[in-house]
Design a protein around this ligand. Structure first.
Ligand SMILES: [Zn+2]
Length: 427
């Protein structure tokens, strides 16, 4: 592929904004450029420097637009796209009333393929270039997911949901079939193109101890794959786990016992943590997906972002429990949840969570989530004047940080002007 440049207001991280002052954690060029070659970022800097070094290069020029790394949504359920905005249930009712009936339809490969198309169109429209998605119990739902991602050359993670109890008959497998199916799917998809497999037990209540054992074994046998599940989302759920696993010290302790913790383990929610769990999460190197629109929409609770300290945290929509595909809307919800806990989430930190932070949870922070030389060219272009009120507000902004804040509070898919994945313009 011939090299080309994207020119606009570039924004990139140079440090972790949670480790120090946020204003020292980024580089912003009001007229910057990124050179893309063979799907990767070859160089970046001020437009004047970059264009002088690359005379005659083709330029996609977006004056007055922000150019940044694509968003990374580290916890989502593509089969639940159609149950978004479903009324009146908390977690366990939610699963039984909305989620499980929707997932049953994925036994049909045609349905799964059509759903994956709708899903990726929506994800990309919102500027998200990487997701880590749960599929359903059916291997064909995983095939549909990775096939649709591969057709767009996206870096994604995903995996077959494992459930062998407390779920409808059409959605359950067994410890053995969970192991066998996962192993076969890893062989078929993991490391093919930009696909990464995530071993995906739904959560402790829907897996027997034998199945969690099998999940731990297959994850251990395939280094480089990820593991994703849910943790401490809802108080009734936590009480149920205590009943089902009376010998475990707590919810996280269930996953520890079966070898489902450590780097590459990605726990959704983690709202109601004990101090022991917090320490164990940190010491294990596991990551957390913060899903604020889901947590408020399903009424699960207020995530304690400030209490996570060195635990890697990413930002996620958790569709269909979440109420928006937009990572801008998700940042807004994270800001509101933090406000209700007495802290203000700085916009640079919010954008970090939505990109490099999520990439870190997925162990992809050397590949995606930032604009930097050697990174894969997943790049988005945002229009900070995409709608009248946003334009009015941004007209008053005194800094790039203020522009970012206005975008995350007032922005949505209308602000997404262009999306490039591996250097290909998809939107
Ligand atoms: Zn979820």
């Amino acid at each position: 592929m011939t090299a080309f440049a994207i020119r606009g207001e570039t924004f990139a991280f140079v440090a972790d904004p949670f480790a120090g002052p946020p204003h020292e954690a980024y580089r912003h060029d009001s007229d910057g450029a990124v050179v893309i070659e063979n799907g990767g970022i070859r160089e970046m800097g001020t437009a004047a420097d970059v264009l002088a070094r690359n005379p005659g290069i083709v330029v996609d020029h977006y004056p007055g637009h922000l150019v940044l790394a694509g968003f990374v949504d580290c916890h989502i359920h593509y089969p639940q796209t159609r149950v978004i905005a479903s009324y009146g249930a908390q977690l366990i009712d939610w699963l039984n009333t909305y989620t499980f009936p929707a997932e049953l339809a994925f036994a049909d490969p045609g349905h799964a393929a059509a759903a994956a198309e709708v899903f990726f169109a929506e994800v990309l429209r919102n500027g998200t270039t990487t997701v880590s998605s749960y599929c359903t119990v059916h291997p064909q739902s995983v095939d549909a997911f990775f096939a649709a991602a591969s057709a767009r050359n996206l870096r994604v993670a995903g995996g077959k949901v494992l459930m062998d109890r407390n779920a409808p008959a059409g959605l359950t497998d067994t410890p053995q079939s969970a192991y066998d199916d996962t192993k076969a799917l890893i062989a078929r998809w993991h490391g093919k193109g930009r696909n990464v497999y995530a071993v995906s037990p739904r959560f402790a209540p829907t897996s027997s101890p034998e199945q969690l054992e099998a999940a731990g074994a297959v994850w251990r046998e395939h280094p480089g794959t990820l593991m994703q599940t849910h943790l401490n989302e809802n108080k009734d759920e936590i009480a149920w786990v205590r009943q089902l696993f009376p010998d475990a010290p707590d919810y996280f302790g269930v996953y520890e016992r079966f070898g489902l913790t450590g780097p590459g383990a990605n726990f959704g929610h983690a709202i109601h943590l004990t101090e022991r769990e917090r320490v164990a999460l940190r010491e294990s190197g596991s990551g957390i997906s913060h899903c604020p629109t889901s947590n408020t929409f399903i009424g699960s609770g207020l995530f304690d972002l400030a209490g996570m300290r060195e635990i890697p945290v990413g930002l996620a929509t958790d569709i269909g429990g979440g109420s928006s595909f937009s990572m801008l809307a998700t940042m807004k919800a994270a800001y509101e949840v933090a406000q209700l806990r007495g802290h203000s989430l700085h916009p640079v930190r919010a954008f970090y969570l939505a990109s490099l932070g999520s990439a870190r949870v997925l162990r992809m922070d050397h590949q995606i989530g930032n604009l930097a030389r050697g990174f894969e060219a997943d790049v988005i272009v945002l229009d900070p004047r995409a709608k009248p009120l946003l334009a009015e507000r941004v007209g008053q902004a005194r800094s790039i940080e203020d522009v970012l804040f206005a975008l995350m509070i007032l922005g949505d898919d209308r602000a997404v002007k262009a999306v490039y994945a591996a250097g290909n313009r998809l939107v």
